[in-house]
Design a protein around this ligand. Structure first.
Ligand code: DAH
Length: 339
């Protein structure tokens, strides 16, 4: 029996050296230590031993069991460390390899201008309002005092979806929608897309953007309009910017004006950007027509207001020195990367 035990230990020592996987180790354990394993088998035979032999063989059997357990444990550790090394090698990271670069997009110049204008007016306590691009003729024309047959309808010819539904030609209808639902004081700007059936060229596009402004309260005067636009022009184009009003006609404002800013490029001297004028037109403005206020349920005897409409494309082109409006819509990355 002593011999058998020593034999078992010898075999385990030998086989433990050859294990290649954790499964091999488990097989080895079951083979020698399992319920039907070889060591168990030997121990079962101990009943046949004499009283004197039993403690000696028992002690030896325990020692052999401990040795086997230690061998298995060692084999297990060795295997794990080998596997870990293999894994380390597999996952080895070459920090000198060039990394993947992800190109980060930029804001479109039109977005930049819209956000800049929004920031100026938010700073002045305005709120941002929006209206639908598919608009009723009533809001786009009628309520703005542009009746059927008015020449302004021709100038702003657009895409009709039904006889009384069109793609809005201006952001001015948002004025009406807001005034219908809000009692003064009102201080809003409305950025958005507008449509006209213009042929595409360097300064025209059938889709473009405007930012509308509207203030209605007690005692609002043309002086407030001028002061507001002056603050706006200076924050947009620089502290030295001046503005000038030229008399004009819009059906929904009275009096009305076209507003120019002194050229940001030449400071009014005259250059290519301002076509030698020293001034660049950027928006239309005026005092809200009493009829328009009345159309919206606001009493013009109590309230007055001013409004303005800014062309975003025109502002962006001036601001960034872009000489062809089509560049803004072609989405050529080489162009867009510059802003
Ligand atoms: N809606 C006008 C246009 O598209 C621009 C405009 C002019 C808006 C005067 C206004 C305004 O609010 O007061 O030509």
């Amino acid at each position: 029996m002593k011999q058998q035990l020593q034999n078992i230990l010898h075999q385990v020592t030998k086989q433990a050296k050859d294990v290649k996987s954790l499964q091999d180790i488990e097989k080895l354990r079951v083979k020698f230590l399992g319920k039907k394993g070889e060591l168990t088998g030997v121990l079962r035979g101990m009943g046949a031993l004499s009283k004197e032999e039993r403690p000696i063989i028992g002690k030896l059997a325990n020692e052999v069991r401990e040795s086997i357990e230690t061998l298995i444990k060692q084999a297990n550790e060795k295997l794990l460390s080998i596997e870990k090394n293999i894994q380390f090698k597999k996952e080895k990271l070459d920090v000198t390899m060039p990394g993947k670069t992800y190109e980060i997009g930029k804001k479109h110049p039109l977005t930049l201008v819209i956000e800049e204008v929004e920031n100026v007016f938010l700073g002045l306590g305005y709120q941002i309002a929006e209206g639908p691009e598919i608009e009723l003729v009533h809001y786009n024309f009628e309520a703005l005092n542009i009746h059927e047959g008015h020449p302004a309808r021709d100038e702003q010819d657009t895409f009709y979806i039904q006889p009384d539904v069109l793609l809005r030609t201006q952001t001015s209808p948002v004025q009406i929608r807001v005034m219908e639902n809000t009692q003064p004081p009102i201080k809003i700007i409305c950025p958005g897309r507008v449509y006209r059936s213009d042929a595409v060229d360097a300064t025209h596009s059938p889709v473009f953007h405007q930012i509308e402004g509207l203030v209605v309260d007690k005692g609002i005067t043309m002086g407030d309009l001028r002061g507001t636009l002056e603050v706006f022009a200076k924050s947009m184009f620089g502290e030295n910017t001046n503005i000038r009003f030229r008399p004009h006609h819009f059906p929904f404002t009275e009096p009305s004006a076209e507003v120019d800013v002194s050229c940001w490029n030449c400071n009014g001297e005259g250059c290519k950007v301002c076509k030698g004028e020293g001034w660049v037109e950027i928006l239309g403005a005026g005092m809200v027509h009493p009829k328009v206020l009345r159309n919206c349920g606001i009493d013009p005897e109590i309230y007055s207001g001013f409004a303005f409409g800014l062309g975003v494309e025109r502002t962006a082109m001036g601001r960034f020195g872009i000489d062809d409006l089509r560049l803004l819509y072609e989405n050529d990355v080489r162009f867009l990367q510059q802003f």
